[in-house]
Design a protein around this ligand. Structure first.
Ligand SMILES: [Zn+2]
Ligand SMILES: [Zn+2]
Length: 357
């Protein structure tokens, strides 16, 4: 009994684990047993000495890993033959294992859409896959999982970046900004300019993660990339950015690889999610419904510049940079390099100045 209380989880903890592990059918029966075991242990602790004796002679011992709990520790549990408490069994049955829905998505994804939750990358990518097949002349549609995210604790980029590959015009991409937000970028066939459509912004600026992503797709070795941020239609809540990013991507595709900035879009926000579900189920995307009273406002434009001084083509913002210590006459050299691209610990010289030494 003492061993049980010291080494096992409380009922509340097990309840949490039960919910977090609900996708794993293999574990359920074992977990039921463990819940029931602790239940027994707890009740026996509450002055039921006869039960205590039964529990103290376990029939078998298993080791269980709660893999999806992010906890690599194995928990020792005891298994007996008595049935599990009805309440626990009911709770598990009320949260069924997700069933397949369409296009690799499951019932959990459908619930996200129905319950006004923030769209996950799986939904975004499933939509992009369908749309990319409808518009084979447009490039882009790369998986959003390539977005770099900055880890404030380690002060480093937590994911591999630069995995986005360069694309030719017309190209379109949905991005995770690194700050729980979805936006759409594209290069227009009309003016070859690169645009970022952000449905939730007051300042219309770019995040460092976006700088890296945009440079990888649209940089093509340029030292400066100019990005236009139009004041497009804004979402009226905090959770629909993913839906708007898909709607904007679709506008670009249906407009032949460009966007009409003479008139703001007027998506009917209340019907956007229903429309998205319908399109996913059809396996074909039609335009998102817009209000007939759409305002004729032209769209105000902001311009941002991404500096990519280093020869590697990645943005300056990535990390500390070294300036070349060489001089042309009395003028200091203007070349810059990322610290990790410089391959030196002290003063760095560009190729030209190194060959002059
Ligand atoms: Zn570099
Ligand atoms: Zn130099």
């Amino acid at each position: 009994m003492m061993v049980l209380c010291n080494s096992l989880l409380t009922i509340n903890e097990l309840e949490d684990l039960t919910f977090s592990s609900e996708n794993h059918a293999d574990y359920i029966s074992v977990k039921l047993a463990s819940v029931q075991q602790v239940y027994n242990a707890t009740t026996s602790k509450l002055n039921t000495p006869s039960k205590q004796k039964a529990v103290s002679t376990p029939k078998s011992t298993k080791r269980l890993r709660f893999a999806d709990n992010g906890d690599s520790q194995d928990h020792q549990i005891l298994v007996t033959d008595s049935p599990p408490p009805v309440k626990k069994a009911k709770l598990i049955m009320n949260k069924p294992i997700p069933i397949a829905w369409i296009n690799g998505l499951n019932s959990d994804h459908k619930q996200i859409l129905e319950n006004n939750e923030w769209l996950c990358s799986e939904i975004i990518n499933a939509c992009c896959t369908i749309i990319s097949k409808q518009f084979p002349n447009a490039s882009g549609f790369q998986p959003t999982g390539l977005s770099p995210v900055f880890d404030d604790e380690t002060k480093s980029w937590s994911e591999k970046f630069g995995s986005f590959v360069e694309k030719g015009c017309p190209t379109v991409q949905i991005h995770h900004t690194g700050k729980s937000h979805w936006v759409t970028s594209f290069q227009s066939v009309n003016d070859q300019c690169i645009y970022v459509l952000d449905s939730f912004s007051k300042t219309f600026t770019l995040t460092p993660s976006l700088d890296i992503q945009l440079a990888a797709i649209y940089g093509h070795g340029k030292k400066h990339i100019s990005i236009k941020l139009p004041e497009v239609q804004q979402q009226l809540n905090g959770y629909d950015c993913g839906v708007y990013s898909i709607a904007n991507l679709l506008e670009f595709c249906f407009n032949g690889g460009t966007f009409n900035f003479k008139q703001k879009t007027a998506f009917e926000q209340t019907s956007m999610r229903d429309h998205l579900i319908k399109c996913l189920e059809l396996g074909y995307f039609s335009k998102f419904p817009q209000s007939l009273n759409s305002c004729a406002d032209s769209v105000k434009m902001h311009t941002r510049k991404i500096e990519c001084g280093c020869f590697c083509g990645k943005p300056d913002i990535l990390e500390n940079m070294f300036g070349c210590e060489g001089k042309r006459g009395r003028v200091t050299c203007s070349k810059w390099v990322h610290q990790s691209c410089s391959n030196v610990l002290g003063d760095w010289l560009c190729d030209e100045h190194r060959s002059n030494v």
